[in-house]
Design a protein around this ligand. Structure first.
Ligand code: CU
Length: 142
Protein backbone atom coordinates (compact mmCIF):
# COMPACT_ATOMS: atom_id res chain seq x y z
CA UNK A 1 0.00 0.00 0.00
CA UNK A 2 2.80 2.38 0.91
CA UNK A 3 4.64 1.60 -2.33
CA UNK A 4 1.56 2.28 -4.39
CA UNK A 5 1.13 5.67 -2.74
CA UNK A 6 4.68 6.78 -3.42
CA UNK A 7 4.42 5.63 -7.02
CA UNK A 8 1.26 7.67 -7.35
CA UNK A 9 3.00 10.69 -5.83
CA UNK A 10 5.96 10.30 -8.16
CA UNK A 11 3.62 10.21 -11.13
CA UNK A 12 1.84 13.34 -9.98
CA UNK A 13 5.12 15.18 -9.47
CA UNK A 14 6.36 14.11 -12.89
CA UNK A 15 3.14 15.23 -14.55
CA UNK A 16 3.35 18.57 -12.78
CA UNK A 17 6.92 19.07 -13.94
CA UNK A 18 5.98 18.27 -17.50
CA UNK A 19 3.07 20.67 -17.39
CA UNK A 20 5.31 23.40 -15.96
CA UNK A 21 8.00 22.93 -18.56
CA UNK A 22 5.39 22.98 -21.30
CA UNK A 23 4.12 26.32 -20.00
CA UNK A 24 7.68 27.63 -19.83
CA UNK A 25 8.26 26.77 -23.44
CA UNK A 26 5.16 28.60 -24.48
CA UNK A 27 6.10 31.74 -22.62
CA UNK A 28 9.71 32.06 -23.64
CA UNK A 29 11.36 31.08 -26.85
CA UNK A 30 14.90 31.73 -25.68
CA UNK A 31 15.58 28.06 -25.08
CA UNK A 32 16.11 26.23 -28.30
CA UNK A 33 13.91 23.20 -28.16
CA UNK A 34 16.08 20.12 -28.45
CA UNK A 35 13.79 18.50 -30.97
CA UNK A 36 15.67 15.51 -32.31
CA UNK A 37 14.72 15.78 -35.96
CA UNK A 38 13.98 12.16 -36.55
CA UNK A 39 13.62 10.97 -40.11
CA UNK A 40 10.01 10.77 -41.13
CA UNK A 41 10.36 7.26 -42.43
CA UNK A 42 13.22 5.07 -41.29
CA UNK A 43 12.52 2.64 -44.08
CA UNK A 44 15.24 3.88 -46.41
CA UNK A 45 18.42 1.86 -46.66
CA UNK A 46 20.59 4.90 -47.18
CA UNK A 47 23.42 5.19 -44.71
CA UNK A 48 22.88 7.81 -42.05
CA UNK A 49 24.68 10.97 -42.96
CA UNK A 50 25.73 13.62 -40.51
CA UNK A 51 24.75 16.32 -42.98
CA UNK A 52 21.34 17.09 -44.30
CA UNK A 53 22.90 17.22 -47.74
CA UNK A 54 21.73 15.16 -50.63
CA UNK A 55 23.58 12.60 -52.62
CA UNK A 56 20.58 11.17 -54.30
CA UNK A 57 20.22 10.55 -57.99
CA UNK A 58 17.01 11.81 -59.46
CA UNK A 59 15.55 11.17 -62.87
CA UNK A 60 13.82 14.24 -64.18
CA UNK A 61 12.21 14.59 -67.55
CA UNK A 62 11.62 18.10 -68.78
CA UNK A 63 8.93 18.25 -71.41
CA UNK A 64 8.95 21.16 -73.82
CA UNK A 65 6.22 22.63 -75.95
CA UNK A 66 5.91 25.96 -77.78
CA UNK A 67 6.98 27.86 -75.67
CA UNK A 68 7.27 26.42 -72.27
CA UNK A 69 9.11 23.87 -70.17
CA UNK A 70 6.87 21.87 -67.87
CA UNK A 71 9.32 22.14 -64.95
CA UNK A 72 9.93 25.84 -64.35
CA UNK A 73 11.50 25.08 -60.98
CA UNK A 74 13.46 21.98 -60.15
CA UNK A 75 14.57 21.55 -56.55
CA UNK A 76 17.55 19.57 -55.42
CA UNK A 77 20.06 19.32 -52.62
CA UNK A 78 23.76 19.90 -52.73
CA UNK A 79 25.43 16.65 -53.68
CA UNK A 80 22.51 15.37 -55.69
CA UNK A 81 22.90 14.16 -59.22
CA UNK A 82 20.16 14.95 -61.66
CA UNK A 83 19.60 12.82 -64.71
CA UNK A 84 17.91 15.34 -66.92
CA UNK A 85 16.05 14.20 -69.98
CA UNK A 86 14.59 16.55 -72.53
CA UNK A 87 11.46 15.56 -74.34
CA UNK A 88 10.04 17.79 -77.00
CA UNK A 89 6.30 17.34 -77.26
CA UNK A 90 5.90 20.22 -79.68
CA UNK A 91 8.44 22.21 -81.58
CA UNK A 92 12.19 21.86 -81.49
CA UNK A 93 13.89 22.91 -78.30
CA UNK A 94 17.10 22.36 -76.45
CA UNK A 95 18.22 22.99 -72.90
CA UNK A 96 21.30 24.85 -71.85
CA UNK A 97 22.43 25.42 -68.28
CA UNK A 98 25.15 27.97 -68.84
CA UNK A 99 26.49 28.03 -65.29
CA UNK A 100 26.97 24.28 -65.28
CA UNK A 101 28.17 24.01 -68.86
CA UNK A 102 25.38 21.58 -69.70
CA UNK A 103 23.53 21.18 -72.97
CA UNK A 104 20.73 18.72 -73.56
CA UNK A 105 19.21 17.83 -76.90
CA UNK A 106 15.82 16.32 -77.50
CA UNK A 107 15.68 12.74 -76.29
CA UNK A 108 19.04 13.04 -74.59
CA UNK A 109 19.73 12.33 -70.92
CA UNK A 110 22.54 14.20 -69.23
CA UNK A 111 23.82 13.63 -65.71
CA UNK A 112 24.36 16.83 -63.80
CA UNK A 113 26.20 16.71 -60.49
CA UNK A 114 25.22 19.54 -58.19
CA UNK A 115 28.20 20.33 -56.02
CA UNK A 116 27.27 23.83 -55.04
CA UNK A 117 24.16 25.41 -53.64
CA UNK A 118 22.61 28.12 -55.71
CA UNK A 119 20.03 28.88 -58.33
CA UNK A 120 20.91 27.83 -61.84
CA UNK A 121 18.96 29.08 -64.76
CA UNK A 122 18.32 26.92 -67.76
CA UNK A 123 16.94 28.08 -71.06
CA UNK A 124 16.12 26.94 -74.53
CA UNK A 125 19.17 27.11 -76.77
CA UNK A 126 17.49 26.54 -80.11
CA UNK A 127 15.84 29.45 -81.85
CA UNK A 128 12.32 28.06 -81.85
CA UNK A 129 10.12 31.00 -82.66
CA UNK A 130 8.42 33.95 -81.10
CA UNK A 131 8.26 32.56 -77.55
CA UNK A 132 11.83 31.37 -77.50
CA UNK A 133 13.12 33.88 -74.96
CA UNK A 134 10.36 32.90 -72.55
CA UNK A 135 11.55 29.33 -72.35
CA UNK A 136 13.37 29.41 -69.07
CA UNK A 137 13.48 27.54 -65.83
CA UNK A 138 15.55 27.26 -62.72
CA UNK A 139 17.25 24.54 -60.76
CA UNK A 140 17.34 25.46 -57.10
CA UNK A 141 20.07 23.67 -55.17
CA UNK A 142 19.79 23.92 -51.40
CU1 CU B 1 13.88 28.07 -78.18
Amino acid sequence: MKLKTSLFLATVVLAAMLALSACGNNNSKNTGSPSPSLPASPSGSAPASSQAAGGATKDITITAVNWKFDQPEIKAKTGDTLKLTLKNDQGVHGIEISDLNVKIKNGETVEVKLDKAGTYEYHCNIQCGQGHTKMKGTIVVE
